[in-house]
Design a protein around this ligand. Sequence first.
Ligand SMILES: [Cu+2]
Length: 193
Amino acid sequence: MTRTAPRAHTLLRIAAAVLALAAAVLLGAPAAQAHDVLESTDPANGATVAAVPASVVLTFDHTPIGVGTEILVKDPTGTNQADGPAKIVDNNVTQALKPGAPAGTYTVVWRVVSSDSHPIEGTFTFTARAPGSGSTAPGPATGAAATAAAPAPAAAPTGGGWVLWLVIAAAAVLAVVVGAFFVRRALARASEE
Ligand SMILES: [Cu+2]
């Protein structure tokens, strides 16, 4: 009886430690998810292009949440040449520009809500040597973007959900494995005493 008391005490402490570790891993998983990162833009930051494009595209490392997206495309006079709301398709945020937007250096001021629900923002610039083409070019471009936008929202949340569940499952497995290791070590120590 004298030996069971310290052994039970040790096991209780080990169990508490394992539970605390499992909780830390499980609660830490969402916090470890970082903000989405802007990976590239089209036109690229600092690039010079022949003419103002029909749209600018921002590519992130995850699919931003389709709420509160704001992309200003300021021409050399500071006038916003963005035409209509930005469209999010997979990891790409596309902002159409007004037909015939003037040549010069543009500043794109963007703000999106990261897939971890935090707002992120930034700016980039590009220079266009000629104005944007007339209404003929942006017409088919926005039409194609609109049809491409339709299937994406259904697929995107499923992908994000899978990743989250994978992380939780991995954390649970890790917690069990680590817990089993500590318990076995504690039992080995207890039998040595
Ligand atoms: Cu974040």
